[in-house]
Design a protein around this ligand. Structure first.
Ligand SMILES: NC(=O)c1ccc[n+]([C@@H]2O[C@H](COP(=O)([O-])OP(=O)(O)OC[C@H]3O[C@@H](n4cnc5c(N)ncnc54)[C@H](OP(=O)(O)O)[C@@H]3O)[C@@H](O)[C@H]2O)c1
Length: 311
């Protein structure tokens, strides 16, 4: 089968399609024939080599965390899903390899009929991350939540989860994305110098919680929240210096290595999609062979929504 990998750190050109042995579903796992899979900004950063000190990986690195497809193998002990079912989900974070013709998933949910394959392919990581962080921030109805970097693949899903929890959501993006944010139920603001004043003008009573999907602005975000404990970042490795929690997901077996992966977010996503309250904006879908171009787009940091690969 075809699988995406990189064998050395470097520019987008180092990521390529290779022939690889087909994986098989082990106990508690399923295998899907992949119809679409997400391109993860974290993996793009790993490929560039700039994270080699903080996130060391073994090369060659098979990319791809989330995917959607048609089930064709069901591992021992798995119930409630059958060959032929359409699902979306994610691979074991330690094994990855979802940017491929076949992917083994360790977490999944039925693909909402409301979503295209492209939407479903990039949904699981964003739904898990949004749920993990909003759970940690204990967002409840009536609160005001600020999402920094709200128009990206993770932010655009997180804002919808926060709106669904009954929060008023302020989201930051470049001005040309403000109508897009409004379409998601978000009050838009522009990031960059002057952020504190702009957000205070929109929320004179202050913000109750901040989800940072961008990095680089923690002092402003802490000032807006009034307490570093009310800020969680998924993107800023300087978090500790600001007293802020950097959330990354860890499998249940790796207690202490991160926050427990919030896979219950997939069922929540299915329910919200069924109510027409969650879509997964897709910036672009590239054929798998054009994965280097997909990495280039993600690397701009200006994709509106998820970048996905299709067969
Ligand atoms: N720790 C975790 O568990 C976890 C999980 C998922 C993602 N992440 C990380 O979280 C980050 C966001 O992921 P993503 O999927 O949303 O990425 P993405 O899709 O690449 O984000 C692109 C968005 O970032 C915005 N942006 C660019 N520069 C910005 C800045 N200086 N301030 C605020 N917003 C800015 C852009 O807005 P405009 O185009 O409107 O300017 C664009 O909409 C990445 O670093 C990723 O690696 C971490």
């Amino acid at each position: 089968m075809r699988s995406v990998q990189f064998t050395a750190y470097g520019p987008p050109a180092v990521v390529h399609v290779t022939e690889a042995p087909e994986p098989h579903a082990g106990p508690g796992e399923i295998r899907v024939a992949v119809r679409a899979s997400g391109v993860a900004p974290g993996e793009v950063a790993i490929r560039s080599g700039r994270l080699r000190e903080v996130v060391p990986v073994v090369l060659p690195f098979r990319t791809g965390f989330d995917a959607a497809g048609v089930v064709d193998e069901v591992g021992a002990g798995v119930t409630g899903v059958h060959p032929g079912d359409e699902v979306f989900g994610a691979a074991d974070p330690a094994r990855r390899g979802a940017n491929a013709d076949f992917a083994v998933l360790t977490a999944w949910a039925p693909k909402p009929v409301e979503w295209s394959w492209e939407e479903a392919g990039g949904a699981a990581g964003a739904a898990e991350t949004a749920t993990r962080v909003l759970d940690r921030l204990a967002v409840v109805p009536g609160q005001t939540v600020l999402v920094q970097g709200a128009a990206g693949g993770t932010g655009a899903v997180a804002v919808q989860f926060a709106v669904a929890r009954g929060a008023t959501v302020i989201g930051t993006a470049s001005e040309h994305n403000h109508d897009f944010l409004r379409s998601l139920g978000v009050v838009p603001a522009t990031y960059g110098p002057g952020l504190v004043g702009r957000v205070r003008a929109l929320a004179p009573a202050g913000v109750d919680a901040v989800l940072d999907c961008a990095g680089g602005a923690l002092p402003d975000l802490v000032a807006l929240a009034g307490d570093p404990a009310r800020v969680v970042t998924i993107a800023d490795f300087t978090a500790r210096a600001h007293g802020v929690h950097l959330s990354h997901g860890a499998p249940a077996a790796e207690v202490g290595a991160g926050d427990p992966l919030a896979w219950h977010g997939l069922a929540d996503a299915v329910a919200l999609a069924g109510e027409g309250r969650l879509r997964v904006p897709v910036a672009a879908a590239f054929p798998m062979d054009e994965v280097a171009a997909a990495h280039e787009l993600v690397e701009t940091r200006h994709a509106r929504g998820k970048v996905v690969l299709v067969p």
